[in-house]
Ligand binder design. Structure first.
Ligand code: ATP
Length: 715
């Protein structure tokens, strides 16, 4: 219990000379003086006299209840999967041994003489009471005549009885054998002889040479104990843990018993004050060394609803990247309803993790070669399995990784040449127009049909409304945003799609290997509701993909190792960040799934656009579109400064299909990447009144054009 005093300064002996003294000794001295009757005011106790805390009722209302039925038993899919595994396991055992039965029989037959000799020898030793011989010999050595006589008498009686039993057994055995030989049918004789031979063969088995070999090699895993956890945490070179251990306390206080959790062990507890789970995550490799387990087995995690020092340590039996993943339920059969959840990966415990591709916009980020394209392709395959969904696929890497989706995509293009960029731009403009159309449709629908003002599965089914799901996916999307000419427009359209698309049935999935502000504009990264982050190298990229301060909260995709391909943090589906290993679907597998999706679409009559060999109509019309050139065209040289509202009105007149509906703010937004600012400029209204309003300078447009063209020529 600590206390504070309100001692006045003049009484302080150290004040004049500004002496420094130990606060602890000073404090006790002051309280002592006070108790001795000085005129210091009484000490004020800051801790209550008794430990008080929440009452029983408060504690039980706040208590965390553990589920009565374990999660794996509640999930039909998991139960079915577990039953299938068990049935498969025992089925394999039976098949394995059945196949080797003749071999086992032969081995036993060969061992039969040894078994016969062993049983004969054993019987003789039993009859002769060989087990008592050592004791009898000991009494002889001690020359203890009395005891020897006692033991001999006992042995004689025993040998008599055992001889009788043996003779009787032999008579019964021989009699039975003769009876069988004379009376029994051939099959019974064969069975009896076989049984006798097998039994004798079994008896003749050497302990180090079993007849039956192992059908399965069960992985031997070390049990996780508190000692091992403490040893590993103590090896992390975290000073607070080491200090706690040095003072005889535990460097980790377990808050629940170490239990089996899926194919691994789970330990939960509190780190010392001031140590956070992030500190442990940063040293995951050392932790794995301390636990003597492969890195891919060791998964320290934070508990989001607890304090930052609450650590859950899950140690898998097998490396997550190598453990066998259950077969993907959509691999061979099945359709998808994009408005409901579909599995796309498994967590460390091998449980399926689902994603609902509607009402989201997502970003996938990672350094190269970690599985970003595979993941995007998987998500697009899931979308392809909903025959209503229209797919827009842009492979800006240009290697054809998304090629399997070509046969189902409404828009498809691989490559980053100028014509590919124009194609993508025209497709995105069309998408934005579609977004606007959908907004109007939704707005005009009666409340009872569309109560939530968003596209639902039932609305998507009504072909007349044209509200089918649209899923657009782009790999290496930084190519769009860094484009010298169209970067601004790509950013503007994608931001709009990311923000408004989810409610209107349009999902945008963007994958990038360089998640920084330039290659993934903040307007997009901040508004994406779903994030997949495979290995990244630093905090900045981590937070760009997983959200601001994710790194601080301990959600760190930097901890993944180079071998953790396809393993990522998944943030979405209304839950906290989870570690997921995405389903591995290589190109041939993707091709098979896409073919199935095409067949389903053919049946439903929903194949469209590129999949039917149609070219986009808007492509040629907009190929020559250039924002800066258009502004230069509508703002003559004599108008040195012009208001934004006038520019957008003129642009809309020039190309209504592109600029129709633009607001002055939008102009400012798309000009930003070109370095053209908008500011207060002097102008006149139609009736000749002068005013200051937001606008642009003609010379800045010309400068931006010159710079851009110069860069392009240099490039
Ligand atoms: N879920 C997965 N499970 C196991 N291995 C995977 C998985 N996903 C991808 N891989 C492996 O990782 C390799 C790289 O995948 P991918 O091409 O998707 O990487 P990327 O991040 O797109 O690379 P780049 O940036 O170079 O395009 C693949 O060849 C594949 O073997």
């Amino acid at each position: 219990m600590s206390e504070i005093t309100t001692a006045s300064q003049p009484d302080d002996p150290g004040r004049d000379g500004a002496a420094v003294y130990d606060i602890t000794t000073k404090r006790s001295a002051t309280s002592h003086t006070e108790s001795a009757g000085s005129d210091l005011p009484p000490a004020v106790m800051v801790d209550g006299p008794e430990p008080t805390g929440p009452g029983f009722l408060t504690r039980i209302t706040g208590a965390k209840r553990r589920p009565v039925v374990p999660a794996w038993l509640k999930s039909k899919a998991e139960l079915a999967a577990a039953s299938k595994w068990i049935a498969g396991y025992y089925g394999h055992l039976c098949a394995y041994h059945a196949f080797r039965l003749p071999l086992y029989a032969a081995k036993l037959a060969v061992q039969c003489p040894r078994g016969l000799a062993k049983s004969a020898g054993g019987t003789v030793r039993w009859v002769a009471d060989a087990e008592g011989q050592a004791v009898r010999l000991a009494s002889v050595r001690r020359e203890d005549a009395a005891e020897y006589l006692k033991l001999s008498r006992q042995r004689d009686a025993r040998v008599r009885l055992r001889t009788l039993v043996t003779v009787l057994a032999c008579l019964v055995g021989i009699g039975t054998a003769l009876a069988l030989y004379v009376l029994a049918p051939g099959w019974l004789q064969a069975v009896s002889v076989t049984a006798l031979v097998l039994a004798l063969g079994h008896l003749g088995t050497e302990p180090d040479a079993p007849v039956a070999t192992r059908a399965v090699e069960l992985p031997k895993v070390q049990r996780l104990t508190s000692d091992i956890v403490l040893r590993a945490l103590g090896a992390l070179s975290i000073s607070q843990i080491n200090q706690a251990v040095a003072k005889g306390r535990d460097g980790f206080v377990f808050t629940s018993p170490i239990t089996r959790d899926g194919p691994g062990w789970r330990a939960e507890g509190d780190l010392p004050y001031g140590v956070t789970v992030s500190d442990v995550m940063d040293r995951r490799d050392r932790l794995a060394s301390g636990l003597r387990r492969p890195l891919g087995c060791v998964w320290p995690e934070a508990v989001p609803e607890e304090h930052t020092g609450r650590l859950v340590l899950w140690v898998g039996d097998q490396d997550m990247s190598k453990a066998r993943q259950p077969a993907w339920p959509l691999l061979k059969a099945g359709k998808v309803d994009l408005f409901t959840a579909a599995p796309f990966g498994t967590d460390q415990r091998g449980r399926w993790v689902d994603v609902t591709l509607m009402y989201i916009s997502g970003i996938i980020g990672a350094i190269p070669r970690m599985g970003k394209t595979f993941l995007l392709r998987l998500l697009l395959l899931i979308a392809a399995l909903d025959p209503r969904a229209q797919l827009h696929v842009f492979d800006l890497k240009g290697t054809g990784d998304l090629g399997p989706l070509e046969q189902v995509a409404h828009r498809y293009r691989a490559g980053d040449d100028e014509e590919d960029i124009e194609y993508a731009l025209s497709a995105l403009r069309a998408l934005r127009n579609e977004l606007r159309r959908r907004a109007k449709v939704i707005r005009n629908l009666p409340r009872d049909i569309c109560p939530e003002s968003k596209v639902t599965s039932a609305l998507a089914d009504k072909a007349s409304l044209g509200l089918h799901p649209i899923v657009a996916g782009a790999d290496e999307v930084q190519v769009w945003f860094e484009h010298p000419k169209h970067g601004g427009e790509f950013e503007e359209i994608c931001t709009d799609l990311v923000k408004r698309g989810p409610a209107l049935g349009i999902t945008l999935l963007l994958a990038t290997q360089r998640p920084d502000a330039k290659s993934l504009p903040t307007g997009i990264s901040a508004n994406a509701s779903t994030r997949w982050c495979l290995k990244v190298m630093g905090q900045l990229e981590n937070d760009m993909v997983l959200g601001t301060s994710a790194y601080k909260r301990g959600v760190r995709a930097t901890m993944f190792s180079w071998a953790d391909k396809g393993i990522h943090y998944f943030v979405g589906e209304g839950s906290d960040a989870r570690i997921v290993r995405s389903v591995y679907a290589d190109a041939p597998t993707a091709e098979v799934i896409a073919r199935r999706a095409r067949a389903v679409r053919q049946e439903a009559g929903t194949l469209s656009g590129h999949a039917l060999g149609e070219e986009a109509e808007t492509e040629a019309a907009t190929a020559s579109f250039d924002l800066l050139a258009d502004i230069a065209a509508v703002v003559p040289a004599e108008e040195s400064k012009v208001w934004s509202e006038i520019v957008v009105a003129r642009l809309a007149e020039l190309r209504p299909e592109v600029y129709g509906g633009w607001e002055p703010e939008q102009l400012a937004y798309v000009l930003k990447p070109y370095g053209v600012p908008t500011g207060q400029v002097w102008g006149r209204t139609e009736d000749g009144k002068g005013a200051n309003r937001r606008g642009i300078e003609h010379s800045r447009i010309l400068t931006a054009m010159t710079e851009r063209d110069g860069k392009r020529d240099a490039g």
